[in-house]
Design a protein around this ligand. Sequence first.
Ligand SMILES: Cc1ncc(COP(=O)(O)O)c(C=O)c1O
Length: 471
Amino acid sequence: MNSWVNSAEILGSDLPLELSGTGNRRALLMDALREAVRSGRLAPGTRLPPYRSLAADLGLARNTVADAYAELVAEGWLAARQGSGTRVAERAVPVTPVHRPRTPERAARPVHDLVQGQPDPSVFPRTAWLASARRALAAAPDDAFGPGDPHGRPELRRALAGYLARVRGVRAAPERIVLCSGAAHGLRLLAEVVGGPWAAEEYGLPFHRALLASHGVGTRPLGVDADGARVDGLTRRDRAVLLTPAHQFPTGGPLHPGRRAAVVDWARATGGLVVEDDYDGEFRYDRQPVGAVQGLDPEHVVLLGSVSKSLSPTLRIGWMVLPQRLVGPVVTAKGEREQFSSATEQLTLADFVGSGAYDRQVRRMRQRHRRRRDQLVAALERRAPHIRVTGIAAGLHAVLELPPGTERSAVRAAAWQGLAVECLADYLHPGSEGAGQADAPRDGLVVGYATPAESAYPEALEALCRALPPG
Ligand SMILES: Cc1ncc(COP(=O)(O)O)c(C=O)c1O
């Protein structure tokens, strides 16, 4: 009998499993299974055939297959659960983030993921979201199912106007809000409408800089120190400045009140635009909430926000709170119809916000992130007391300060522990040397503590502590 026909039936997919080579049959089977996972032929979550049938198909002893499964479970490639057999582990293959550390030598090995970026996808509030979707669809007017207005659904703009005013101190009439497909889309639209050049914090998301560049907008770096961006470096030539005032990304501090006022003065004096990326403004722990700079001057500041940190980046729903003069041009740049996010998702989010479910979710996530943050701090105190951790008062990540010149080797050491994590240099603006960092770290690891599943987090912290340079 062909050795893989039966297993393919059980797997529900066409999976040739050949044991090539000679030698230990268990090792050959393990290699073949690892390769099937690595290549993507066996996707995360795929159920493997019971070891009895695979043994019969491949002409192996049952124990050989059972031992191979058990070892692959121990290595993290497979997961076994009572009553549901053996499956490919959800995290058997490294999840590739937008900008992974350069560690090809461990790329194929199981990883712990402390790359900053996203909330744990397993905590998406499915039940509450479904309830909102049901209510929103039942109540939706017929025009919700026709071609969409590029401003975005009025129900969501009204709900956001109330929410952002209450929680972030944003001054936002619904007419000033234009919905977009996340902050990234908002940036693209602003690049098109405002033109360049822009100033951008010397530490920031490379993806955002690349996105602006691809729309013809060059950026030049503004120094960042412990008080946030050095806005005294802005000039008349800058058409706009991209800032993360509530929680400098990724170094972690809030923009000093004096600098918040100064950047608004610059915008008023020069006609420049402040683009406020309020990516995680709701997640603050130990300090007083920091309101949005937009509240200081809605005519010179655009607030960009999205649900990417609070709910999920896959929803692709974001918002721009715009100065009056930019509403028309931004809507025109968006096009004649809403092409970027679904009206039914917008209506669902409107209900989710309006019913209080969004507040509840943010509160829940805040507690969870704070707990994670506390576990990180405690682990470092215990295992690496010589490492200072900063940027912990808010957000979903922290910065571990390292001795000068050690961050790249720490990332490599982490990779050898099966841990994906990034360093500050990954975020540095080309042409900048972190010059604003007179009293802030130059070498550091950016540790995202929100993404791992609850059960995976302690091990990820262990791996992190093992990777840190000794004191
Ligand atoms: C600095 C920063 N800004 C904004 C965002 C949100 O981007 P988007 O709304 O396009 O998903 C992120 C990531 O979630 C981010 O890290």
